[in-house]
Design a protein around this ligand. Structure first.
Ligand code: ADP
Ligand code: MG
Length: 393
């Protein structure tokens, strides 16, 4: 088969370096497990990345994001599981194709440039090993420099460049090899906030142009939302949810994902009444809330839920409304008002036990700390989770 032959050439004869992005459909990680000593870092990790797709691994520090990349790149041996490029198994824990033959490019947080080589030679390094002609190398390096907007920087040395420029060189060094998969491990986290946003935009533009399948690692939810076709949320080496940014942001499948994606107002509560398939009344500490959010995926679960069952809520601070509402009205006492420019963040107490976080636009102008505020929560904006943290409504 055509694809198989190409793949064979790619993997065995050309040292993992290709001239064009190969015609593969997907890279598949199947039931991957990895431990370091007694510490199991990855548990039955499953993920497919399609050609041209941008997938982000998102999770707190230590959850196994880098380890996933290292396993995929062949930099650390896997304990069990399989890695496929289409139907070709490139690693099953007993035999693995060495990293340089996998044809995957890596970009690290710390750039890892050669300090004694010029920008040109840093980028040309892999092509020189591949013994391309001088002219071909020059053309490819120029092209890569253009892609990362560093034309004219050929003769500079890494120490003469800013952090952002160094990272662009590292990216150029990766794309010049035309890898079938590009892996980026927190590439922006050493940059200051403004530059990070600029570079994020550039990475997105680059991906729109080149469509290299990419796995991007970050602990920054904004970065994940802005860049990805799909996000993989991880916790303790386990995948919590995989989906497009909007789904992860709006429909978190458990309390961990909700919390990570900016839901607050996570209150313990009990079921008071289940009035219909998708409407529930709960008792929080000292007050009631009606929830009707139209997401009835978990209707089966609701059927089995008993009155009095313990649950958790989650509501985004920006979804809480100031003023008198038709339902779920609450009086609270503001403790802290933080002015954040376009919005204000307000921390308030509903009672001794329950704190509420809200964000307001102009409506917040009048609010002083230590004042009484009327707020209400639209029933469609409250998410409901079981005591174990699984999404109910
Ligand atoms: P992340 O990239 O999400 O921050 P890592 O994949 O780097 O997380 O690490 C996950 C866990 O694996 C951590 O507990 C870390 O200490 C451990 N770990 C990573 N690499 C090694 C290693 N080479 N030897 C031992 N433990 C490791
Ligand atoms: Mg890491």
């Amino acid at each position: 088969m055509e694809i198989q032959r190409d793949l064979h050439t790619f993997l065995n004869e050309r040292n993992g370096v290709v001239d064009t992005v190969k015609d593969f459909k997907e890279i598949k990680i199947k039931d991957l497990n990895k431990s370091f000593g007694a510490n199991q870092v990855l548990h039955d990790f499953n993920l497919n990345v399609e050609k041209g797709e941008f997938v982000t691994l998102l999770g707190p520090s230590g959850c196994g994001k880098s380890t996933t990349l290292h396993c995929l790149a062949g930099l650390v041996p896997i304990d069990s599981g399989e890695i496929y490029i289409d139907n070709e198994c490139i690693d099953d824990g007993t035999k693995g194709i060495p990293p340089e033959k996998r044809g995957f490019g890596l970009v690290f947080q710390n750039y890892a440039l050669f300090p004694h080589l010029s920008v040109f030679n840093n980028i040309a390094f892999g092509l020189q090993i591949k013994r391309l002609s001088k002219n071909a190398i020059k053309e490819k390096v120029q092209n890569a420099l253009k892609m990362v907007r560093l034309e004219g920087y050929e003769d500079k040395y890494p120490r003469q460049l800013s952090g952002g420029e160094q990272q662009r060189v590292a990216i150029a060094r990766c794309i010049v090899m035309e890898p079938m998969l590009m892996m980026l491990d927190e590439p922006l986290s050493n940059l200051d906030a403004k530059l990070r946003i600029e570079m994020r935009y550039e990475l997105k533009t680059l991906h729109e142009k080149l469509h290299i399948a990419s796995i991007y690692v970050t602990h920054d939810q904004q970065e994940a939302l802005a860049l990805s076709d799909r996000i993989v949320v991880m916790k303790d080496g386990k995948i919590q949810q995989i989906g497009p940014p909007e789904e992860i942001y709006c429909q978190p499948s458990n309390l961990f994902v909700a919390d990570f994606m900016g839901f607050r107002n996570i209150w313990p509560a009990n079921i008071k009444e289940i009035s219909s398939e998708n409407e529930v009344v709960i008792n929080v500490s000292g007050f009631e809330l009606t929830i009707k959010n139209g997401s009835i995926k978990k209707a089966d679960y609701l059927n089995n839920l008993e009155i009095g069952a313990p649950v958790f809520t989650a509501v985004r601070p920006e979804d809480i409304q100031v003023g008198n509402g038709p339902v779920n009205s609450l009086r609270c006492k503001s403790e802290v008002v933080e002015y954040l420019g376009e919005i204000r963040h307000i921390g308030a107490l509903i009672n001794e036990d329950v704190r509420i976080d809200l964000r307001t636009g102009e409506a917040g102008e009048e609010i002083k700390s230590d004042g009484i505020i009327e707020v209400w929560i639209p029933p469609g904006k409250i998410l409901l989770f079981s005591q174990e943290g699984d999404r109910i409504l």
